[in-house]
Write a protein that binds this ligand. Structure first.
Ligand code: SF4
Length: 66
């Protein structure tokens, strides 16, 4: 699974960090960011829930095979 945030779209709502704090956090300016080291290995329903909860759909969760 590969998780990314489109920083051009993120408005810093913080929903992702609330829903899935192990994978998402907020930078010093309040914008969403993926916790270091969690961009490719993290999975689980909370990640998808966080992506769905983002009001501007800035989060992309991709299945990566192999
Ligand atoms: S929920 Fe979306 S808009 Fe809010 S901080 Fe996370 S990525 Fe940014």
């Amino acid at each position: 699974m590969r998780i990314s945030i489109d920083t051009d779209v993120c408005i810093g709502a913080g929903q992702c960090a609330l829903v899935s704090p192990e994978v998402f956090t907020q930078d010093d300016d309040g914008f969403g960011t993926v916790v270091p080291g969690r961009a490719s290995d993290a999975g689980g329903p909370l990640v998808r829930e966080a992506a769905r909860s983002c009001p501007v759909r800035a989060i992309t969760v991709e299945e990566v095979t192999a």
